[in-house]
Design a protein around this ligand. Structure first.
Ligand code: PRP
Length: 181
């Protein structure tokens, strides 16, 4: 799979060393609070698995299956929730974990729905990658692994048409592996 990449942005050692820092920060910030981590599936799986093992606190884990890309390299502009009910988050301090903040539509939709329907004690956003780009909605993540330019990236949970999630690094895909249209 590495041969499908034209550039590597972050090697696994770089990612894990940044997660050491984020884990320490989250351990301090959430000490003494009832923390629930909400994973945004599927992209956050690898990030969350490595990050959560670096948070030295009792926590609960739940997830939401949501999609906005629908197989392309850009957001389709609509966010689809694949499960009718949201988890029970009343009174919990909720950390929403996702792999990437791009247009912001996904995290904005999730946060709004949680705050309107679930009465959490607090919600914060944690993303591995934040793209530097203008967004149609204002979303400010509380925790960011890395800020990147506006490029389509795969690996470490991020996919193209379902592939490349299990690459242990993050890179850009060579053009010939992206289907036109
Ligand atoms: C991707 C990614 C984020 C979202 C970010 O999910 O995992 O959840 O898009 O884009 P946005 O900021 O423009 O909303 P995708 O829809 O590809 O589903 P996946 O997590 O299953 O890959």
């Amino acid at each position: 799979m590495h041969s499908h990449l034209d550039a590597i942005l972050f090697h696994e050692t770089t990612i894990l060393s940044r997660l050491d820092e984020l884990g320490r920060q989250l351990t301090v910030d959430y000490a003494g609070r009832d923390l629930t981590v909400l994973l945004v599936l599927h992209g956050s799986l690898f990030f969350a698995a490595d990050l959560l093992r670096r948070i030295n606190l009792p926590l609960q884990l739940t997830s939401l299956s949501v999609s906005s890309y629908h197989g392309g390299t850009e957001s389709a502009g609509t966010v689809t929730f694949h499960q009718p009910a949201l988890p029970d988050l009343r009174g919990r301090h909720v950390l929403i974990v996702d792999d990437i903040l791009d247009t912001g539509l996904t995290l904005d939709s999730i946060r709004r729905r949680l705050e309107e329907e679930c009465q959490p004690a607090s919600t914060r956003l944690c993303v591995l990658l934040e793209k530097r780009r203008p967004r149609p909605v204002e979303v400010r993540p509380d925790y960011v692994g890395f800020r990147i330019e506006d490029a389509f990236v795969v690996g470490y949970g991020l996919d193209y048409q379902g592939h490349y999630r299990n690459l242990p690094l993050i890179g850009t895909l060579r053009k010939e592996f992206i289907v036109a249209g």
